[in-house]
Design a protein around this ligand. Structure first.
Ligand code: NAD
Ligand code: UGA
Length: 462
């Protein structure tokens, strides 16, 4: 076998590092790709057929390259020493302490990684920001990396990732675009070209965008902010729809057909979850505050406020519908993942809704096809009557209400007549994802509460 032409390393074997590197390895057999992580259990799982993250189609991609030119390891230093290009894809959560707590990005994992890179390096390298970072982080990284006394030059590149969970494989295979930002110096432009060469193995050149490094860093935060803003915008309109007889799906369809607005990301519901929207918008808010742009900060902060409001409102609707109390009532939450086709529950609206229902002393039973393990972890330590049940029908048995938290396709095809028969009557269904057949559920006997549409109740006048 011909020797590898390049050694690529990725530090961080999570939702981004794992799938991204698997795709690069599968499409670039001439490169050796190694993924390292400090989490031994995660690395061990990447070497089995039970991958540490659930992502449709991912195992097939991993299998193409694993053992050929894709390797998983916990030896971070050895990986760094060998690599020509190092992607850093560690987590960048919101800071929970000190200055900027609750908003700014916590860059401690990033900085630790940068120092490890300096320590274990013996030759020049390209260091790629794959994690989502505040604009101008590359400056700090360059200073840390290039303050070495070994005469090694590190060129920092920003190559933010735009994949969404659940569709990661498709997003990586045929991305709308790949963005590569670099310094516009001779070294920066050479590094930029090395990055373009990787992606050009399978992505048309016109979809590989190059830019200055600050534009690339900022574009990632702005892309997430704009996507989340659309969801908060339609959710804000859902409130009006419920009061006026308008149907939010019809409104979304009508405005989405305007090609200037577009149809995507206009689904009203319990709000956005996921590990990034909230943290990235708060990061943007913090940056605006840092530069003294308070009006701009408040504008973007309102996207998060509407999201919180939508979740509070959902629980209030449940309370009002169920005669102003849910104490002692069994409530089945259908789904806990932040969206369908993933086991990820980070920032899932189901977390805050489960907590609020427990505060109201409801008996909460949670069901989900992929996320029960994470759900148990998220809710551990909470007091109250809490149960986890893999089977949706059993979860609904004896329940006063079902509340749909995740748009899993399986929930569309359940036997709702059997579910209704097994529940306490009057039986309620709160469709937090607005995707069930509401008329059919009403005809079965449910009192149906969608988001952004008038409710369908058998209890009028009682
Ligand atoms: P993750 O938590 O799933 O994975 C990060 C991994 O980095 C963990 O396994 C952790 O153990 C490892 N790690 C942390 N410090 C390390 C160190 N010093 N050495 C080795 N390994 C270390 O996170 P993720 O969801 O993959 O996100 C990573 C970054 O990508 C974040 O900045 C996120 O904002 C961004 N992003 C995420 C998504 C997504 O869909 N999850 C999409 C686009 C961008
Ligand atoms: C999102 C972006 O879509 C990715 O481009 C980005 O790379 C990623 O964040 C990131 O930076 O982490 P992801 O969070 O995986 O991806 O999932 P989305 O499909 O964007 O959904 C986010 C949340 O919004 C989910 O809770 C989903 O249910 C909700 N949503 C989405 C709505 O409520 N309505 C919609 O119309 C669309």
């Amino acid at each position: 076998m011909a020797p590898f032409t390049k050694h690529i390393l990725c530090i961080g074997a999570g939702y981004v590092g794992g799938p991204t590197m698997a795709m690069i390895a599968a499409k670039c057999p001439d490169y050796e790709v190694t993924v390292v992580d400090i989490n031994e259990a995660r690395i061990a799982q990447w070497q089995t057929d039970e991958l540490p993250i659930y992502e449709p189609g991912l195992l097939d991609v991993v299998k193409v390259a694993r053992g050929r030119n894709l390797f998983f390891s916990t030896d971070v230093a050895a990986g760094i020493a060998k690599a020509d290009i190092i992607f850093v894809s560690v987590n960048t959560p919101t800071k929970t302490f000190g200055e900027g707590a609750g908003k700014a990005a916590d860059l401690q994992y990033w900085e630790k990684t940068a120092r490890q890179i300096v320590q274990a390096s013996q030759h020049n390298k390209i260091v790629v920001e794959k994690s989502t970072l505040p604009v101008r982080t590359a400056r700090a990284m360059e200073r840390i990396l290039n303050a070495n006394d070994k005469g090694i030059h590190f060129e920092v590149i920003s190559n933010p990732e735009f994949l969404a969970e659940g569709t990661a494989v498709q997003d990586l295979l045929q991305p709308d675009r790949v963005l590569v930002g670099s310094q516009e110096t001779p070294e920066g432009l050479i590094a930029r070209q090395s990055m373009v060469d990787i992606y050009a193995h399978w992505i048309p050149r016109r979809r590989i965008l190059t830019s200055n490094i600050w534009s690339a860093e900022l574009s990632k935060l702005v892309a997430n902010a704009f996507l989340a803003q659309r969801i908060s915008s339609i959710n804000s309109i859902s409130v009006l729809c419920e009061r006026t007889g308008a149907d939010v799906n019809e409104v979304a369809h009508a405005i989405g057909m305007d090609s200037r607005i577009g149809a995507k990301f206009l689904k009203a519901g319990v709000g956005f979850g996921g590990s990034c929207f909230r943290k990235d918008i708060l990061n943007l808010v913090y940056l605006c505050e840092h530069y003294g742009f308070d009006e701009v900060a408040r504008y973007w902060e309102s996207v998060v406020n509407i999201n919180d409001y939508q979740q509070q409102r959902f629980v209030r609707t449940m309370l009002h519908a169920m005669f102003n109390t849910v104490a002692g009532k069994r409530i089945a939450l259908f789904g806990f993942a932040f969206k369908a086709d993933t086991g990820d529950t980070r920032e899932s609206p189901a977390i805050s809704i489960a907590r609020k229902l427990l505060d109201e002393r409801a008996r909460v039973v949670i069901t989900d096809p992929k996320a029960l393990g994470n759900a148990k972890h998220d809710l551990q330590g909470l007091t109250g009557d809490l149960e986890f049940e893999p089977d949706a029908l059993r979860a609904a048995k004896g329940a006063h209400a079902v509340a749909v938290m995740t748009d899993w396709d399986v929930y569309r095809h359940l036997d709702y007549a059997a579910i209704h028969a097994a529940m306490v009557h009057p039986a309620f269904i709160f469709d937090g994802r607005n995707f069930l057949d509401h008329k059919q559920l009403f005809d079965i006997g449910f009192n149906v509460y969608p988001v952004g549409k008038p409710y369908l109740s058998h209890l009028h006048g009682q």
